[in-house]
Design a protein around this ligand. Structure first.
Ligand code: ARG
Length: 401
């Protein structure tokens, strides 16, 4: 029986060149598998291209809703931002691709799966660890890691193998997009001293082109999940798309950072993540109102752990599930509304309210209605300062430094 390989297929040059390459090298039949996590413009064109370059079958699966509900929203509830800056769009997009691809491979009786990730990125780790976890019996083939071709060589290979080379091939950037954000790498960006050229941005406007009037939007949350905009209930996918447009129009969501990859190197990354930035900020603002100081502090630690493991390809791990269970528990009262102001590249929190708000006006006010008993403070302060007072008496020289 001929070997069957299911290839994660984007329709781009590398994954297209991988089809004839796999067929030749492994004497195999190749089934392409494309998962739409918000990145597919024309599913039919992708299927046709896959078949044209020699795939036996070509599948395109719309996983956008699953991506929103099972990956994006759990990450939002966890406040997941890698190194405090990157909302993890690419990293979150990989587990649903792996899960669906593995299922397809099993249905097709394939013995291997393949992806066109290079050997120096994070995505190979996310694919390989995910596959090894969900279906250890499947062989993993990574053509781009094996073939060691430069971009020019890939183009030459494509040309001799009937793989169409897009005119945009002199576009020097490597781009990955999903509903949660767009990552742009390579070209002039590889020098961290270079300012990102304006033409790499397609989701967010330059400040000079943004409206002079701010836009306001009220985001309603139910147990940590955004459920409405300006009072109108919306499904997650529609809500994200709506915020994406609005925030992009006001130039919100550009991120330019030097990031630490799992494989040990630093890389300069530019992202556009308009909806993610707005939702993460709004969600945090609502938590500020509804979680205690201790819950917030502990949750921030969990957020850092959670973000690292998602980034590092460990979505399908016990620890991720454990942390997700903790996060879920924290969201019981994270319901309410956040009023966001979008203006000249900024996403500002203009207001927040919740039926479960722990903000107590009467405790906070300096006006009439004050219920805070100021005469409780001196005794409290005496006990609070007791350890340092004792230390100052016994070890005085150490403390005045
Ligand atoms: N550095 C980001 C990450 O590791 C983005 C990677 C973009 N991937 C790509 N194939 N261009 O999540």
């Amino acid at each position: 029986m001929t070997k069957k390989i299911v290839l994660a297929y984007s329709g781009g040059l590398d994954t297209s060149a991988a089809v004839p390459w796999l067929k030749e090298k492994y004497k195999a039949e190749v089934i392409t598998f494309t998962v739409d996590v918000g990145n597919v413009v024309d599913a039919e064109a992708i299927r046709k291209k896959a078949l044209d370059v020699g795939a036996l079958k070509a599948f395109v699966v719309d996983a956008r809703e699953e991506f929103v509900n099972s990956y994006i929203f759990p990450a939002l509830k966890a406040d997941a931002m890698y190194e405090g800056k990157y909302p993890l769009a690419t990293a979150l997009g990989r587990p649903p691709i792996v899960k669906l691809m593995v299922e397809r491979a099993q249905k097709e009786g394939a013995t291997a799966v393949a992806h066109a990730c290079t050997g120096k990125g994070n995505d190979q780790v996310r694919f390989d660890v995910g596959v090894a976890t969900l279906a250890p019996e499947l062989e993993i083939i990574a053509p781009a890691r094996e073939w060691n071709m430069t971009r020019e060589q890939t183009i030459a290979y494509a040309k001799t193998h009937n793989v169409p080379v897009p005119v945009t091939v002199d576009n020097p950037y490597s781009i990955d997009d999903s509903l949660w954000g767009r990552a742009i790498e390579c070209g002039v960006l590889e020098d961290p001293w270079n300012e990102p050229p304006e033409n790499i941005f397609i989701w967010t406007k330059a400040i000079k082109d943004t409206p002079d009037k701010p836009a306001y939007v009220e985001i309603g949350f139910d147990k940590g999940i955004p459920v409405s905009l300006d009072g109108e209930e919306m499904e997650g996918l529609a809500l994200i798309k709506h915020l994406h447009e609005m925030a992009g129009e006001h130039g919100v969501g550009r991120i330019d950072m030097v990031e630490n990859r799992l494989v040990g190197l630093k890389s300069r990354e530019v992202y556009e993540a308009p909806a993610a930035i707005v939702l993460l900020k709004a969600h945090q603002a609502l938590q500020d109102l509804t979680l205690t100081k201790d819950q917030l502090r502990f949750k921030a630690r969990v957020a850092a752990e959670y973000s690292d493991l998602v980034y590092n390809g460990l979505w399908f791990s016990g620890l991720r599930q454990d942390l997700a269970a903790y996060v879920e528990s924290t969201q019981r009262y994270v319901s309410g509304t956040v009023r966001v102001k979008l203006y000249k590249g900024n996403c500002l929190i203009a207001g927040r309210r919740s039926p479960y708000s722990l903000y107590d006006y009467n405790l906070a006010t300096y006006d009439k209605g004050d219920t805070f008993n100021q005469s409780d403070s001196p005794g409290f302060i005496r006990l609070w300062g007791l350890p340092t007072k004792t230390q100052a008496r016994v070890q005085p020289e150490q403390l005045s430094k």
